[in-house]
Design a protein. Structure first.
Length: 75
């Protein structure tokens, strides 16, 4: 996520022609977006973060649903 923020800031600085980014090539300005796409599409899957995050989300939802059931029953 920090890379996405940096990429947007660099892009805005290039469009607004704020130095030193105004003098950079468009390749260097758009490179962080390419790195982000590569990260989201390939690296996170290879590392297993997408499955791990999905598993954690399912477990949290199940715990929340169980707590809500207990709360509604009066326990």
């Amino acid at each position: 996520m920090p890379l996405a923020v940096i990429a947007v800031i660099i892009l805005v600085m290039k469009i607004a022609e704020i130095n030193p980014v105004a003098n950079w090539s468009w390749f260097w300005v758009l490179l962080p977006f390419g790195l982000l796409a590569f990260w989201w599409e390939f690296l996170s899957k290879w590392i297993g973060w997408d499955k791990r995050a999905a598993t954690q989300k399912i477990a949290e939802d199940a715990r929340a649903a169980e707590e809500l059931k207990k709360k509604n029953r009066g326990f």
